[in-house]
Structure formats: C-alpha cells, structure tokens
Design a protein around this ligand. Sequence first.
Ligand SMILES: O=C(O)COP(=O)(O)O
Ligand SMILES: [Mg+2]
Length: 232
Amino acid sequence: MHVNGQSHRNTLICDLDGTLVDSAPDLAGALITLLAEAGRDGLSLAQVKSMIGDGVAKLVERGFTATGGCPDSSAFEALVTRFIEIYNTRLVVETRPYPGALETLTGLKEQGWRLIVCTNKPETPSREILQALELAPLFEAVAGGDSYPFRKPDPRHILTLLEGIKASPQNAVMFGDGPADIGAARGAGIPSLLAGFGYGVTAAEKEGPDHRIEDFSALPKVLMALNASAPG
Ligand SMILES: O=C(O)COP(=O)(O)O
Ligand SMILES: [Mg+2]
C-alpha cells in the first residue's frame, strides 16, 4: 500500500522486555535466586537490566560470567532449566506494563494498526505475561526467542513473524529497547523506533535507530510522522 509515494505503515512490531513491560525486577529476582543457589554473589537491578535482551540463556550466562565465571555445557544447560523453573513462579509478581502502554496501543489498534510481539524471551512465558497483564487481546501474533530457529538480531525473526500474519515489511515499524531490535529492523529493511525508557538503550543507540521516544504518549505522533508525506 502506498500513500503519497511512500509505503503506508500499519503494522507495529513490539519488543516485550523493556518495551511493553518493565520485567527487570522479576528477571532479576529469578537470576539472583539462581545465583544464590549456586553460592554466587547477587547483582543489582541495574546490572541485570544491562544483561536483558538476548534471551534467557544469555541472561544466565551473563549473570554467571559477572559473578565468577560461567560453567560450560551440561552444567550450564541445567542452570538455564532451573532459571526458567524459578522465573515461571514469578512472571508477573512485579512485572507491569509501562505507563500508558495499554491505553496507547488500544488507541493505535482502533486507528487500524496491526500489533504483534517479537521477543527473545521464550514464547510461553511471553504469552502468559501478556495474558496476565491484559495486553494479550491487543496482539495478532507473538513470536518468542524459541519460536523459530533464529532470533533477533537475525532479521528473519521479524520477517517470519510478518509472513505469518501476511503483512509486508514495507508496512511495518519495529519498536524496541535493545540493540537486537534495532539491528533486526535494519536487517529487515524496516524503520526502527527506540524505547528510550528500556534496558538496552545505550547499546541500541549505537545501532542507529530511526527514532526514539521517552514514553508511550509520544508513540502515536512518531508513527503519524512516519506516514506523513516526505517534504518536496
Ligand atoms: O528475554 C530477553 O532477554 C528479552 O527479550 P526482549 O527484550 O526481546 O523482549
Ligand atoms: Mg527488550
């Protein structure tokens, strides 16, 4: 679909952790419990925030690397399994949507935007979190870090999800807080919008996002501007 010679954007791909929901307190709680079980020191919330964005295995790896070293192969796999077990008991204890997320996305949906989630968190807990926080009805589709054999920053994570709902990359916009989001969007050839309130913001800035917002209330305006006709 073209409007004024440009592709009309009507599909918003949302990252989950650090973009739709502030999930760091529960992820940190689970990681700190896991570290304690292994006799390791704790980590601050700020430290854990900087480790989120590339899926659970990376989070566990980074947590152990930062506290004395990461075990390899089978011992590591057991830690990831245990992490998921602990995290499953506290998916939404402290996790909440960012202020204005529900209202803003509801408004966009009413205006005709198609909303989908592309996260590196495994699909099952992602769906459970969206359901528990009453965000699930907004989204047409959800892809997690384990939904396909690839994940962000691989652009195929985004492209396969779009294909699944028969949406074109030419009509899509990526909204995320981490370098994996901005990198995947660039690889897929779609504009990216950085959630400046999220976790991977400093690293994401280096990937050159097309736009940046500091809260949800700014989202509709940026999306409208994207669809506005080019000057001249
Ligand atoms: O699970 C993670 O590390 C984060 O996932 P997301 O930022 O892609 O939602
Ligand atoms: Mg994120």
